[in-house]
Design a protein around this ligand. Structure first.
Ligand SMILES: Cc1ncc(C[n+]2csc(CCOP(=O)(O)OP(=O)(O)O)c2C)c(N)n1
Ligand SMILES: CC(=O)[C@@H](O)[C@H](O)COP(=O)(O)O
Ligand SMILES: [Mg+2]
Length: 640
């Protein structure tokens, strides 16, 4: 029996000595690589925190003490050590273990995360609640150097320092966000890591400063000032100290004995403490250490070589977007591209390489990205912000207040819209339409395939006002990518198939599921029209009202929550035009969060498939039980 087999709960980790913990670390790494090679997941971040997680479990009393994992993508080791190892093979699968911390999954998961830079705020909240209730436990936020670039982390540190609340922030510094981290904080951390002055003990330096002679008040003032400047030069972590934190570090994050020692010290310190831990992203697995960005989040791969297992296939929406943006950039030197720490994920690398001066990675700072785009637009440029649907949620006020109110021509290229799959609840892109549709002046589009995405990008770039186009994660439909992209008439949909019994309005690539459904329905004697609405705002009112009148029955289909989505927009249109009596079935996501799973499995689960559409069509037909199919074919439609 190996050591890992004996670990059922954190108390078992506490029984191990440092040598045994090192052996356990090796076993954990082996299991991480074996499992993630099959399931896909965030391998490199987890390989980097093996010793840190073991040290945290050794020093703190879980679940009495609380650990909050920022982003949460590095919580796999924590899950293995907290009674979930037997389910580890189900990681990120439908019905299996989540790839992120989940309170509903285990009492050892104290706070659900997924979006970056929330951990210190949550930890502060818990610490304040503990103190108000007169309780006694430790609260630890583990945050990466990338996540520390997010504004919320600064807001929380500023406040925690002000309150002098006792909490511990462990800064896991691996010199990487998904790609290279951005900005002054990254540079500061780098100086802390590399300057030999900083490896000296902080106390030693402070003692030295205090031993400087005290003389008359004027001289004292000057000396104090010199001491302060000197301190900035030589005392490690002065920035954190100024914010009110006790800074401990930097510490070698793969040395368990040292980690335990410093965490014990942090535990015994009153007020906010920051423990600066230096780790290697991907530690212990050569392909991940060599390519930490690629192994940040991976699909299934061959564990022997690190090579991905996925076969070829159509290009992704992301890559088609990226290539078209470069083409448009060649024609228009006012075009600039912005990402918030996701240059690879949003397909902007080709643009960044071709036009380095017109590309901006702002770090994990979605709000800043949107307002900066507004500034660029106000000063005459054409910004395209490429952003995941889920992360756009962070910056809705910036879209309203800084973009739409001034009618600034900013393009939101919303990637990962709809079901994203194995990342689950925190990452599904299911709210963007509801959030954006309510904003005056927004033009919102959804392409049915990757070729239409090209046309929509040009439409957005040419429009003189705020626009958004939403497209899914993963491979396109496989349609030919021919000719130059052409602007589409704003607010106009297209009829893809005629039919007199019902009209199916399917948004985005679900159009193809609707066409498949219509084919099957035809074989059963039901004639379903299929419409690609293209625009969620402005809706093609004329087209939709015409088909409502023609068939009296509509089915709307969307990969989005039903509340406030495309179907809602159609219902509002019908109501506003006295067509309330049109029979409508709306397919989409009901009032619930959608868990992790392969997108195809999730679509099956949610009925967003040809079979689900057929069922919805049957329902709108059955709402009129007096009619037979034959009668339907000859029935005179009175309309709404
Ligand atoms: C609000 C938000 N924006 C973007 C992301 C995507 N994202 C996930 S992890 C990550 C990098 C985090 O870097 P770091 O905190 O240093 O963790 P590491 O993976 O290096 O351990 C990014 C940008 C996110 N989860 N949340
Ligand atoms: C943890 C996180 O937020 C990202 O790493 C995210 O998982 C990336 O998703 P994609 O795989 O869709 O780029
Ligand atoms: Mg990092």
């Amino acid at each position: 029996m190996n050591l890992l087999d004996k670990i059922k709960e954190p108390a078992d980790v506490k029984k191990l000595n440092n040598q045994e913990l090192e052996l356990l670390a090796t076993e954990i790494r082996r299991e991480l690589v074996r499992t993630v090679a099959r399931t896909g997941g965030h391998l490199a971040p987890n390989l980097g925190v093996v010793e840190l997680t073991l040290a945290l479990h050794s020093v703190f009393d879980l679940p009495r003490d609380k650990i909050i994992w920022d982003v949460g993508h590095q919580c796999y080791v924590h899950k293995m050590l907290t009674g979930r190892r037997s389910q580890f093979s189900t990681l990120r699968q439908f019905g299996g273990l989540s790839g992120f911390p989940k309170r509903a999954e285990s009492p050892y998961d104290t706070f659900d995360t997924g979006h970056s830079s929330t951990s210190i705020s949550a930890a502060l909240g818990m610490a304040l609640a503990r103190d108000l209730k007169g309780e006694d436990y430790q609260v630890v936020a583990v945050i990466g150097d990338g996540a520390l670039t997010g504004g919320m982390a600064f807001e929380a540190m500023n406040h925690a320092g002000h309150l002098k609340a006792s909490l511990i922030v462990v800064l896991n510094d691996n010199e990487m966000s998904i790609s290279s981290p951005v900005g002054g904080m990254a540079a500061y951390l780098s100086r802390l890591r590399t300057d030999p002055m900083y490896s000296r003990g902080k106390e030693e330096l402070e003692n030295l400063l205090n031993r400087l002679p005290h003389v008359g008040p004027r001289v004292l003032k000057i000396i104090d000032r010199i001491k302060d400047s000197f301190k900035y030069l030589v005392v490690p972590g002065m920035l954190f100290e100024e914010l009110g934190f006790t800074y401990l570090g930097p510490i070698e994050g793969h040395n368990i004995a040292r980690l335990k020692e410093v965490l014990q010290r942090a535990r015994a310190t009153r007020g906010p403490v920051l423990v600066h831990v230096i780790t290697t992203k991907g530690k212990g697995y050569r392909p991940a250490e060599t390519h930490p960005g690629r192994f940040h989040g991976v699909g299934p791969f061959d564990p022997d070589t690190g090579e991905p297992l996925t076969a070829g296939g159509p290009p992704t929406y992301t890559s088609v977007f990226g290539a078209e943006l470069v083409r448009q950039g060649e024609k228009n030197n006012r075009l600039v591209a912005i990402t918030a720490a996701m240059p690879e994920g949003t397909g902007l690398i080709p643009f960044a390489r071709r036009f380095p001066k017109r590309f901006f990675d702002v770090g994990i700072a979605e709000q800043h990205a949107l307002t900066m785009a507004a500034g660029l637009a106000a000063a005459g440029l054409k910004p395209v912000v490429a952003i995941y649907s889920t992360f756009l949620q962070r910056a809705v006020d910036q879209v309203i207040h800084d973009i739409a109110l001034m009618e600034l021509p900013v393009v939101l290229a919303i990637d990962r819209a709809g079901l994203v799959g194995e990342d689950g609840e925190t990452h599904q892109g299911l709210f963007d339409l509801a959030l954006l549709r309510s904003i005056p002046r927004m033009v919102i589009m959804a392409p049915k395939d990757e070729q239409e995405l090209r046309h929509m990008l040009v439409t957005a770039i040419q429009h003189n006002g705020p626009t958004a186009l939403r497209y899914p994660r993963g491979a396109g439909v496989g349609v030919p990518l021919t000719g130059a992209a052409q602007p589409l008439p704003i607010g106009k949909g297209e009829v893809l198939r005629q039919g007199r019994d019902v009209a199916i309005l399917a948004l985005g690539p679900l159009v193809y599921a609707a066409l498949a459904a219509a084919g099957e329905l035809a074989a059963r004697g039901i004639e379903a029209a299929v419409i690609n609405p293209r625009f969620v705002k402005p809706l093609d009112a004329e087209l939709i009202l015409t088909w409502a009148a023609k068939t009296g029955r509509l089915v709307t289909v969307e990969e989005h929550v039903l509340a406030g989505g495309f179907g809602s927009a159609v219902l509002e249109l019908l109501a506003a035009n006295g067509r309330e009596r049109t029979r409508v079935q709306c397919l989409g996501v009901k009032d619930e969060f959608v868990p992790q799973g392969k997108p195809a499995v999730l679509r099956e689960h949610l009925g967003l498939t040809p079979a689900g559409i057929i069922k919805a069509v049957q329902q709108v037909l059955e709402e009129e039980p007096m009619l037979t199919r034959h009668k339907l074919g000859t029935r005179e439609i009175s309309g709404g």
